[in-house]
Design a protein. Sequence first.
Length: 290
Amino acid sequence: MMISSTTKVFGLFGDPVIQSLSPLMQNTAFRMLQLDSIYLPFLVPRESLSGAVNSIRALNLGGVNLTIPHKERVIPYLDQVDEQAGLIGAVNTIVNRDGALCGYNTDASGFLVSLKSAGFNPKGKRAVIMGAGGAARAVAAALAINGASPIHICSRSEERGKGLAQELGRSGFTVAAGGYGRHFFELLPKADLLVNATPVGSYPNQKEKPAAGGEHLHPGLLVCDLVYNPPQTRLLAEAAAAGCSVLNGVGMLVHQGALAFQLWTGRKAPVDAMQRVVSDKIDNNNERRR
């Protein structure tokens, strides 16, 4: 594509961003719809977030996505936060509307679409979530809003997990929290859904051991890993061997990205093309590593 003074710039703020497939996915969507726009990754350290957010206005960027470690920390710097993003307490998409920065969370809806595409209806289901960061917040809220109960959040920081549980509890949802101790392993035999909302098992640390392994899992359990690179993590491999249904993070990545694209452009995203380029890129990367 030709880049000119009229080209609208969008981007990703995070640290790290080198592994992100969002630029490939979003630029494919812009190209498919013949939009004069480009999506760039911006390495934004934790201490530079305030200046980076101000740059959206200063440079008239169309909007940005946010990833680790900024989803929760960005909220005080925004002019407006969507109701769902406020409930979740995390923003992954900013839209610049004539200098007013509006925060949204497309992770929750993206996760839900991915989950339902796997034939799983969360209503009345018992869920266990590993992690208490921005992604875990989105997952917990999406499950709670759609009737999952009870929901248990397990994380290395029990304090952070309990804070999230209390926030959702104030909205009337049944959410509990704890660490990775005995109680965590007692929850798994009764669970219908286990979600890994941590980076454990992602490239280049694919061999990193997850908190739950195959010996803790049972047939009938859906194990969802939000990690998308590699598409089959150690957790998912062990879950499949234990007779569980499995779901990786590719669907959530694509659907949250499609929703962000629509917020920025007002156009329906070419989801199939976005899914195809992401899957092809992951497959090609895995072939080179073999």
